[in-house]
Write a protein that binds this ligand. Structure first.
Ligand code: ARG
Ligand code: ZN
Ligand code: CA
Length: 233
C-alpha cells in the first residue's frame, strides 16, 4: 500500500513574456490537480444518480518543486516535443515536468505515457488552458486529463469502436468522445457514457471523476517494477 503518492512538479513556462503566466495561475493549476486526484473537487454527481458512487479518491498529491521561466519569441511549438528539446526535463525519473507554452492548432495539451523516453517525459499545456483561465476549458482540467495520460490512463472510449477498450473495467464502453456538457444519459454502445470522467473530452466544469479501476491502473505504475516506481520511496 503506497498511501497518498506525492508527486513533485517542475513547471517550465515558455513564452515571449514568461511572466505573462503568473504564480497565481501556477498555483491554481496545482490546486486543481490536488483537488481532482483526491476527489475533493466541488463538482460532483448528485448522490443516488448513476455513476455517483463510482467517483473515487485516486490518492495522489502534487507539490510545486520549482517554476522556471524562459522568455522565448517562438509563437507556436506544436505537439512534436520541440519545447522539451529546447528546455529539457529536470530529473524526470523523480519529478513530473510540465511545460506551459503556445502549442497552436487548437491543441489544449498533450502527454507522454509511462515507459517512454526520459528526455521527453512529462506534460505540455497551452497557457490558455493552464490553471484557472477563462472559457469552457478554464478550470485546469486539461492538466488533470494530461496527468491522467502521464499516469497511464487511456481515453474513456478507448480511442475506437465499442469493442475497443481503455483497459479499465468499471468505465463503460463507448465508440466516441463526447464534447460540451452532455445531458445524462448520453448513450453509445448500449449503455450510458461516463461523460463526466476526466478522460473524456467534455468541458472542464462537466468532468469531475476518476473510477476505482482508473485509480488502480494509475497506481500500478508506481508499484515495485512499475514504469514510474522511481518516483516513490
Ligand atoms: N485533447 C487533449 C487530449 O486528448 C485534452 C483534452 C482536455 N479536455 C478538457 N476538458 N480540458 O489529451
Ligand atoms: Zn487525451
Ligand atoms: Ca472500460
Amino acid at each position: 500500500n503506497l498511501g497518498i503518492i506525492d508527486i513533485p512538479v517542475y513547471i517550465h513556462i515558455v513564452y515571449p513574456d514568461a511572466n505573462s503566466i503568473s504564480n497565481a495561475q501556477v498555483n491554481s493549476q496545482m490546486a486543481t490537480l490536488n483537488a481532482d486526484f483526491r476527489d475533493v473537487n466541488i463538482n460532483q454527481l448528485p448522490s443516488g444518480t448513476t455513476f455517483a458512487n463510482d467517483a473515487t479518491d485516486a490518492g495522489f498529491s502534487f507539490s510545486l518543486a520549482g517554476t522556471f521561466r524562459h522568455n522565448d519569441s517562438r509563437s507556436s511549438w506544436g505537439t512534436n516535443d520541440a519545447v522539451k528539446a529546447a528546455y529539457p526535463p529536470i530529473t524526470p525519473d523523480t519529478h513530473l515536468n510540465i511545460w506551459v507554452c503556445e502549442i497552436g492548432g487548437g491543441i489544449l495539451g498533450y502527454a507522454q505515457f509511462p515507459g517512454g523516453n526520459a528526455s521527453t517525459d512529462g506534460v505540455v499545456l497551452g497557457g490558455d488552458y493552464f490553471g484557472n483561465t477563462s472559457g469552457v476549458y478554464g478550470l485546469g482540467r486539461t492538466g488533470t486529463h494530461e496527468v491522467g495520460h502521464y499516469f497511464n490512463l487511456r481515453h474513456i472510449w478507448g480511442d475506437g469502436r465499442c469493442n475497443r477498450d481503455d483497459f479499465v473495467t468499471d468505465t463503460p464502453k463507448s465508440d466516441r468522445s463526447n464534447g460540451g456538457c452532455p445531458s445524462f444519459p448520453t448513450t453509445h454502445c448500449k449503455s450510458a457514457d461516463m461523460t463526466m470522467n476526466y478522460m473524456d473530452y467534455t468541458y472542464d466544469a462537466c468532468m469531475y471523476m476518476f473510477t476505482d479501476g482508473q485509480r488502480n491502473r494509475m497506481r500500478a505504475i508506481f508499484a515495485s517494477g512499475g514504469a514510474r516506481a522511481s518516483m516513490v520511496g
